[in-house]
Structures are given as C-alpha cells and as structure tokens.
Design a protein around this ligand. Structure first.
Ligand SMILES: Nc1nc2c(c(=O)[nH]1)N[C@H]1C(S)=C(S)[C@@H](COP(=O)(O)OP(=O)(O)OC[C@H]3O[C@@H](n4cnc5c(=O)[nH]c(N)nc54)[C@H](O)[C@@H]3O)O[C@H]1N2
Ligand SMILES: Nc1nc2c(c(=O)[nH]1)N[C@H]1C(S)=C(S)[C@@H](COP(=O)(O)OP(=O)(O)OC[C@H]3O[C@@H](n4cnc5c(=O)[nH]c(N)nc54)[C@H](O)[C@@H]3O)O[C@H]1N2
Ligand SMILES: [Mo]
Length: 777
C-alpha cells in the first residue's frame, strides 16, 4: 500500500535554486502575503480581515503563539500570520458535491498541498463501512454515530482523543472533561511532538513547564540566545521584539546549523528604517552548530564559567545559588569531568569560540535563552534543556527582569490547551478539582501520548480515534506505520476546518465534523461568543471572530463537544454533572467552571473584558519554585550527541517558509532560495563531493534503524540535492514529506517526542541530475 502523500510522477526538475537572501521580511514579505490573501479571500475580505488580526477585541492570530505588543499598531503585519489567516478565511469550499465528485481513493492520491487548497469544510460527512465516498449527514446523525461507538466500547481506554494547538481554552476544557468522563486519560496532543521536552525539563528543574519571561524581559535583555529556532519564518513577530532589544544594546547570538535569513537581518515593514534602509542586523554572532550539539554547547559554557570562577571568582551568583537552588555541587562535578575534546567534537565549534561565547554570558547581567524545535526533537533533548537551565541558574538568570527561559511555542493555543488539562498525565490536584466541580471520579491511570497512541492502534488496542483539529496522519512520525495503525481502528473522527490527509486515511468508518476557526463569527444563544487563548508567555486574552462562517449550519468546537457529551452521557449514572445545553449556548458558563478548577483563573470573565489580558501565575518568575523541594534544581547530565555512521548523514526535518506544519501554502521557500518544489534535500558541498553526487541530482533518502533481524529501512523517494551551507555530516529536508523516515521507536528520553531533528539516512542516487537552472537571487 502506498503511504504518505503520493510520490508517483514526481518531477522536481522545475525546482529553482538561488542563493538564499541575506535578510528577511521587509516589503517583499508584505507583497507576498497580500497576494496570497487576495487569492484566497478577495480584496474586500482581505482588507477587513487582516485589519483585525491581534487587535483589541479582534481575533487572535492563528499563526503562532508569540505574544502581542501592548500598544499594537493598526495591522501589526506579519507575512506568515497573514498567510495563516488567509488559509482559514478562504472563500473556497469543500461541499457535499465535492465529496460526491471525489472518492476517498482519489483524494488519497493527492498531496497535502492540493487537499488544503480545496477550501473550508462545510457539512458533517460520514464514510460508511466499505463505502468509496463520504456522504453528507445531519449533525444529529453524525454525532449519534460517534456517541454510539463510544458507548459501545469494552473499555474506555479503547478510545484515543487527540488535540492540536489551535483549540480554544473553552473547547479544550470541555473536551478533556468529556474524555475523563468517558473514563480515560488518552489525551495525546501535538505538544507531544513539539515542546514536550521543554515541559519535562522545566517542570523538573524550575517547577513550571512554561517559559519565565515576558515581552518586556525580551526588550530588556542584555544577551539573547536564539537556539534551534527559525523566527524569520515561524515567529516573525518575535523579530520586532528582538529588534527593540537590539536598539537598547542587546547582543544576539544565533545557534543553528543553518544560517537562516531571518537571523541575519530583519527589515521591519512597520518602520521607515526597515522599509528604506537596510533593516536591523539581528545576530551579532552566528554559531553554526552540528545537529544535536547543543547540550555540549551549554555544558561548555557552564564548564568555562566554573573554570573562571575557580580562578578569579565573581562569575557565579553565589547568593542566588545558596538561597534558591539545589544540586550545584553535583553539576559542577559533572561538567568538571567532561573533556573539551568531546565538547568540540559534538558542537563542531573550536574551544576558543566556545569560551568566547561563555564570556558573553559572564559579561551579561540579563540573559535569555530562546529555543524551539531544534532543541526539543532530539533523543537527548530533555538533558539538553536541563543543561540550558544549569547555565542560567549559575548566573542567577531566573526570576529577575530581562532574564530567563523562553521556549517559543508553536500553535497559537498549544500552551493553553495544556493548562486546560489536555495531557495524558495531569497532576492529582487538577483531577481532584475537576472531579469536585462536576461530581464524578476522573480516572487516575495515565493515558497514551502520541507515540503510545500509535503503538496501541498498531497493536489493535484502539477502536476509536478522535482528532480535535490537527492532521495526525501527516504530523505523526513513521507515516507508513501511523497510516496502518489508523486503518486498524473502527472509527476515525476529525473535527476540522480544512481537508487534510487525516480525512482520507481512516478507520473502517469515518466522520468529518466541520468547525469554526478563529476568524469566524461564533453566534450561540443569540450572542457573538468569545473564546480565550494563552500565548507563549502565559498571558490569557479573548478572541472573537468577525467573518461570516463558511456555511450557516456549522458548529463551534465548544458546541460539538457539548452536544457529543450530552449524547455520550445520556442516562449514565457516574457521568460528570454538567448542563451541556447551557454550556453550548454560553461560553461564559464554561469559563466559570474553568475559574473553579484551574489555578490562576479566578475572576476570569472580568479579567478578559474589553480586550484585556492577564498573566497566569509562574512561581519561577518570582523565585518561588514549585518543585517538591521548593528550590530550583541544577542537574548533572551525561553528555550525549549523535554519532553519525560512516557514509551516512544526520537529517533534520523542518519547515519551509510557505507552510504551516502540514498545511502547505505554496511550493517556495524564499528565505532558502528555493522556488517551485518541496522535495529538496540540503547537503553540504563537502558531503556532496565525498559521496560522488552533484548538486541537482535526484536521490532517495533511506533511513536506517536497528530491528530484531537487521536494520529496518524506510525510504522517501525523489529528492533533489541542493548544495547548502550546513555542517558536514548534516542534512535538512522538509516535513511532512520526510515523516516516513522517522522511526516510531526513535523518541526523546523522558518526553517521548519523536526525534524529527535527528534521523540517520543514506542518500541513494536515482538517475542523472535533473537540469535545474540556477536563477539569479
Ligand atoms: N509560518 C509558520 N509558522 C509556524 C509554523 C509553521 O509551520 N509555519 N509552525 C508552528 C509550530 S507548531 C512550531 S512548533 C514552531 C516551529 O518553529 P521552529 O522550531 O523555528 O521550526 P523548524 O522549521 O522545525 O525549525 C527548526 C530550526 O532549528 C534548527 N535546528 C535543527 N536542529 C537543530 C539542532 O540540533 N540545534 C540547533 N541549535 N538548531 C537546530 C533548524 O535549522 C531550524 O532553523 O513554529 C510555529 N509557527
Ligand atoms: N518530521 C516532523 N514532524 C513533525 C514536526 C517536525 O518538525 N518534523 N513538528 C511537529 C510539531 S512541532 C507539531 S505542533 C505537529 C503539528 O501537528 P498538527 O497540529 O496535528 O498539524 P497541523 O498541520 O497544524 O494541523 C492542520 C489541520 O488543523 C485543522 N485546523 C486548523 N485550524 C483549526 C481550528 O481552529 N479548529 C480545528 N478543529 N481544526 C483546525 C485543519 O483541518 C488543518 O488541516 O507536527 C509535528 N510533526
Ligand atoms: Mo509545534
């Protein structure tokens, strides 16, 4: 069976490669975003919609979780936010007629780009057992089908309930209530594939699995480290904050295997300086690190700081360490033992440069480390992030203005969903409060995370898969295994805004429940309802859509969960006691429940009135560490880094500039000089030479993973080799095309996150080089 997006007839001979640009954003970005918006929404709707992004009383941008500046200019413009909005607010529609014209097999033969371009889903659809086509259904019939299947389970653990990070706080809270009411904690989410390593490391060391800084802290930092993150594409609004810090004298260091354009120079489209002059140089220093070398980098910094401390003193913040932390001696002993030769080998950075970088920490009174997927998606990610924390603790850089940890979240409400209880192992205090509020007994057995869910489905232990947003099939690792796993279930249910692969790789039966997005007006109980979200810096605010929904018969996520819950719990004695009919009509009633269950949400309704926002409590920020000991913890971590076998490369799978995770906006990656194709693999010219390849060759990528009887191979076909500035031995290619290569078994220690940034591959030549002209950049 073919898996993943189809690969027949792929022709990347049209791919154009040019030298990557040396700056990001600026006027071309604005032009590009407007073109995409107008093609999806038309001129009028584009103007109306883009004006309201992230404005007070407007809607929260579905693009990313970076917080808004307090004083927002009209149209704080971000190219990729505008693209995310345009995708959702598109005027294209996927109607029952569309499903009548396209069989599921036909749809399965299209790629993610084509599927996403068809537009917004408008009607509940059912795929009956053995049917070739989805058929339209009423809400009543579709929800009844799902409820009956859930009520018929032998055990509640035979169902799995996934969540992606766009779901509002209100919907997420009701969803986890429904799931726990059914009797399981099987609540995998996109975070398991994303920042789970951050949560694991920070909870253990600082007592809170979230960042400790605010936007003001970013502005006030003296030293900003941006490691394993490509903000020019994935968090463009972050660059405005970094620009402000730079204007106040901050030093910025980018740590990345790739010289990403957005880290070099930022042309702020809001300012004359950005538009007319050359923009702001972002990184004062670019550390081109080997994939997976970051733990070594931070150990090197800690080692140098402690060496200088031993020689001349005055480096570490002794008062802070004594008063607030534990484990310092163990940490010191551990870094004392690591050899500089190993640190240099792991990072690919000379010792003198490592020491010079450490001196920047010594010279800075306020340091912030920002990171994203480059640090979280490795086998040793949790240890890496613990070593980041170690260095900040040495200098007392936690819980003081202008300093701290800044894991930069992905989806716009991924952090809020977790706060609301979307987690397979919520702490007892939360479960107890939930049970008390709704008069039932929530299950205490930990549930499945994403990888455990796939394993359970693969092994035939799951009958129902439900997705609250997202695109599980394409986002999850090991595409062939994941697809086969989902096909073993009896029912797959997707609550979605847009068509994607998860609608065409199904259980024996499938249901599509179309839902409202952030930009849509949500009228319930005669009033336009608001929802709330939490950004990457723990700030909660309301979001209200304004656009007319794609069809009049659509339901919000809150309404879908409420109605489904009412059907599932009908006549069930031990079910949560909730007035589902009321909750569906009045989201303030949902918020009232949240304020009783979730810490930090007291006076919830009042605090989000009139576009206001409030910050959730964060002990680490106040140096009131909520670890069991009440202290922040240094940790001693054995040094790990990837060893690459001879003749192999270490592949990272990452995002292009024209995609939002599995949603593909277009086939260009402007900031890396790529146009017209996505099946490219970036390889160092040294490795290209050494393997007898040439730039422009067409190759297969083959990943290798040890199996019981010899290595197991996974293949991604037909990629064009692009000579690129990446460390020798490292390569890069886009996700989700390469997810087929990521073994399900390959996960991060502790957090269980798939190791999407370190896949061992070999490259096999397919045929003669495609003639790919180099265009002028
Ligand atoms: N436009 C747009 N915005 C998005 C998204 C999107 O797809 N499109 N996705 C959203 C989501 S869910 C997320 S999680 C974020 C993702 O935001 P990012 O984490 O920026 O996304 P990636 O493309 O995975 O980029 C990883 C970066 O880390 C670097 N890197 C890879 N491995 C290593 C390593 O071992 N060490 C170091 N130091 N660097 C490394 C890569 O070269 C790349 O620059 O963005 C969010 N925002
Ligand atoms: N190889 C590899 N794999 C990865 C990654 C990687 O870097 N490399 N990154 C991982 C990361 S960081 C993440 S976060 C995951 C992303 O995994 P997911 O969150 O599952 O994937 P998305 O592509 O963001 O989901 C897009 C779909 O969400 C639906 N949607 C959009 N908005 C809404 C909404 O408001 N409500 C509802 N109900 N549905 C909506 C649409 O139907 C759309 O098709 O992928 C992970 N997978
Ligand atoms: Mo993510």
């Amino acid at each position: 069976m073919a898996t993943g997006a189809p690969t027949d007839g792929i022709d990347e001979s049209e791919v154009r490669v040019a030298a990557p640009p040396t700056s990001a954003v600026g006027v071309p970005a604005v032009r590009h975003a407007l073109q995409m918006a107008v093609s999806q929404m038309g001129v009028l709707r584009s103007a109306q919609t883009l004006r309201r992004v992230n404005q007070k009383d407007g809607f929260d941008c579905p693009g990313c979780a970076w917080p808004e500046e307090e004083r927002r200019h009209v149209a704080e413009f971000c190219e990729n936010g505008a693209k995310a909005v345009a995708e959702e607010a598109t005027l294209r529609r996927v109607t029952p007629e569309f499903f009548a014209a396209h069989s599921v097999a036909d749809l399965a033969g299209r790629d993610d780009y084509w599927l996403g371009q068809q537009g917004r889903l408008t009607d509940p659809m059912i795929l009956d057992e053995g049917a070739t086509h989805y058929r339209p259904a009423t809400w009543g019939e579709a929800l009844r089908l799902v409820a009956d299947e859930l009520r018929g389970l032998d055990s509640p653990d035979q169902a799995v309930f996934y969540t992606s990070g766009r779901t509002s706080n209100e919907a997420a809270f009701l969803y986890q209530l429904m799931v726990r009411g059914i009797g399981t904690n099987n609540l995998p989410d996109c975070s398991n594939m994303c920042h789970e390593s951050s949560g694991s490391a920070l909870t253990q060391t600082l007592g809170v699995g979230k960042g400790t800084v605010s936007l003001d802290d970013i502005h006030d930092a003296e030293l900003l480290i941006i490691a394993g993150q490509n903000p020019g594409t994935n968090h463009p609004r972050m660059l405005s904050a970094v620009e402000k810090a730079k204007q106040r004298g901050a030093v910025v260091v980018a740590v990345n295997p790739l010289p990403e354009a957005g880290l070099k120079r930022f042309k702020n489209p809001q300012t004359a300086h950005g538009v007319i002059a050359g923009g702001t140089a972002i990184a004062d220093e670019f550390v081109q690190i080997r994939l997976g070398g970051d733990q070594a980098l931070f150990q090197a910094i800690g080692k140098h700081l402690l060496e200088v401390e031993a020689q001349v003193g005055g480096v570490v913040d002794r008062t802070f360490i004594d008063e607030y932390t534990a484990g310092f001696d163990e940490y010191r002993a551990a870094v004392d033992q690591v050899a500089w030769t190993d640190l240099v080998e792991a990072t690919g950075v000379p010792q003198t440069r490592l020491r010079a970088l450490a001196d920047r920490f010594r010279e800075s009174e306020r340091t912030i480390v920002c990171w994203a997927m480059g640090l979280t998606q490795h086998k040793h990610s949790v240890a890496t992030l613990r070593d980041v924390v170690n260095v900040l603790l040495l200098r007392g850089d936690i819980g003081r203005p202008g300093a701290g940890v800044c894991p930069v979240r992905g989806h716009s409400n991924v952090q809020g969903d977790r706060t609301m209880g979307i987690y397979e192992k919520m702490p007892e205090a939360f479960l107890a409060a939930l049970g008390a509020e709704f008069g039932f007994d929530p299950p205490r057995r930990p549930g499945f995370d994403t990888v455990a869910s796939i394993r359970a489905m693969r092994d035939g232990k799951v009958r129902v898969f439900m997705g609250m947003g997202g695109n599980f099939v394409s986002a999850a690792p090991d595409t062939a295994v994941t697809e086969a796993a989902l096909r073993r279930t009896r029912l797959t249910v997707q609550v979605s805004t847009k068509l994607n692969r998860s609608h065409v790789v199904t259980g024996s039966r499938a249901v599509i429940l179309p839902t409202l997005g952030r930009t849509d007006r949500d009228t319930r109980g005669g009033r336009v309802q608001r929802v709330t979200v939490e950004d990457s810096m723990s700030s909660v605010h309301a979001s209200r859509g304004r656009l007319r929904p794609p069809s009049d018969d659509m339901l919000s996520e809150v309404a879908i969960v409420s109605r489904l819950s009412a059907l599932v719990f009908e006549g069930e004695p031990g079910a949560p006691r909730a007035d589902w009919g009321r909750l569906e009509q009045d989201y303030a009633a949902v918020r009232r429940h949240i304020s009783h269950v979730v810490p930090g949400f007291d006076r919830f309704e009042e605090r989000i009135e009139k576009g206001r926002s409030f910050r959730l409590p964060n002990g680490a920020r106040e140096r009131a560490f909520t670890t069991p000991s009440g202290r922040a913890h240094f940790t001693a971590n054995a040094l790990e880094y990837p060893r690459i076998p001879a003749g192999r490369l270490l592949l990272q799978t990452l995002r292009s500039h024209d995609q939002y995770n599995t949603t593909i906006y277009g086939k260009d990656d402007r900031y890396r000089g790529i146009r017209g194709g996505r099946r490219v693999v970036f390889v160092s010219p040294v490795d290209i030479d050494a393997s007898g390849l040439s730039d422009g060759d067409l190759v297969d990528l083959v990943s290798e993973w040890p199996g019981a009887s010899g290595p197991i191979e996974r293949r991604a076909e037909a990629f064009r080799v692009v000579a690129y500035d990446t460390p020798v031995g490292n390569a890069a290619a886009y996700y989700p095309e390469t997810n087929v290569l990521v073994p399900l078994e390959s996960v991060a220690d502790v957090s269980g996150t798939p190791t999407s940034k370190s896949v061992i591959v070999r490259i096999e030549r397919r045929r003669d080089p495609v003639a790919a002209p180099i265009v002028e950049g």
